[in-house]
Design a protein. Structure first.
Lengths: 85, 150, 150, 85
């Protein structure tokens, strides 16, 4: 299924992407699965999702936890803890 | 219930007057203004750049306002948050709440700020003499949030 | 730490700007504005007249500011309170507090308002269609004060 | 001893004084004693200080309780609970 993935702040800089379209394998159904699948891209990606830093996720503009389910055409975003205000 | 995410500065006094003069049933206006400090974590700050997640930012701020309105008897609220590159003494954010009596407005305004700090997708990058660095989220903001848990 | 008891209206925006722009170590400005409501206890209010105790008022407000400064790490504060005859939508009071971080400013500002409401010698008289009446002190203000007891 | 007494708000209207100089008998040493002594002036004064309404007192611009001691040249004020803000 096709999804859109966005990256922000230090994560955007680490992976050198701000946005990409991904055609996910059918078995990738959750944020955790997507993180693991992206980790296969190489060291930068593996380091990002190795659990040593907090990577928050949103689906369609709503903060979600890692067990949240991804559906076709979702907009998924990865970013560090927020620091506005 | 208004939200604005903008590059431009804002006239806090004009915004507050507009909010409180909208109704003579308003007795209390509580507001918070955040400004860029010149020192953070011991280093001198040249500029502060705010990145955000367009679309999600606005909906997160609207959700925070709606939650405040559901918890307290407030009459209206306003959030203006700037993005882009700012300097010390520049205004970052204005949160203002009006109500009949002061207690509700104080609580709702602080609630909105505490949620904004931990739920709204903004990220700060500081430029210091030593280069650029992302600002880390603060544990104290997570602790501040806990007081509002139902 | 400024106190003003005055008949004239004030420009809240100009006052807040002056307070926050005084130092780039200020990160947070919390303010309260009280305004005259058009209805109180079910009756329409034509005017509200504030009497005070000249001399004691100023020293009471200064003592409240000093107590706030001793309790929280605030950088400056301002109290402007009007006296004389006001109408609905008129500003009555401005309390503003600046600090490095928001938590201290929120607490100190609400503290100052709660103390002002119960300790500063002001008295309100309302003119309604039924005539004039003194406003009674509210039990809720005494309750609000209790949260600050050490 | 000579003192100055001020009245505010509804108390000022009740007694029809805003300020007066009083030469107190030597035995009047506290706010309570002053209230009792003033009550002897007549019904309006007696009603004011009969305890049915709260009458707050200040000495030299400081709120005090009824046991506070009065000294020569003090400025004593009587007023209802405050209602500013």
């Amino acid at each position: 299924m096709k999804i859109k993935v966005l990256y922000f702040a230090r994560i955007k800089e680490a992976v050198n992407y701000s946005t990409e379209e991904i055609d996910l394998p059918a078995e990738i159904l959750t944020i955790t699965a997507l993180k693991n699948w992206l980790s296969l891209r190489g060291e930068v990606w593996a380091n990002l999702f190795d659990g040593k830093q907090v990577v928050r996720a949103a689906i369609n503009h709503t903060l979600v936890d890692d067990l949240a389910t991804i559906q076709a055409n979702d907009e998924v975003a990865f970013f560090p803890p927020v620091t506005g205000g | 219930m208004t939200v604005s995410v903008q590059v431009e500065d804002f006239d806090a006094g004009a915004q507050l007057n507009k909010l409180r003069l909208a109704s003579p049933s308003i007795g209390a206006l509580v507001s918070f203004i955040g400004q860029v400090r010149d020192i953070n974590d011991g280093d001198s700050i040249n500029t502060l750049t705010l990145e955000h997640y367009p679309g999600m930012t606005e909906s997160a701020l609207q959700a925070i306002e709606a939650e405040a309105k559901s918890r307290w008897d407030i009459l209206d609220s306003l959030i203006i948050h700037r993005v882009g590159t700012l300097e010390p003494l520049d205004q970052i954010v204005l949160v203002a709440v009006v109500s009949a009596h002061r207690g509700e407005a104080f609580k709702a305004c602080e609630f909105i700020m505490d949620f904004l700090k931990t739920q709204a997708p903004f990220w700060k990058k500081e430029a210091t003499a030593q280069g650029e660095r992302w600002v880390d989220a603060k544990l104290s903001d997570d602790i501040a949030l806990k007081q509002w848990q139902k």
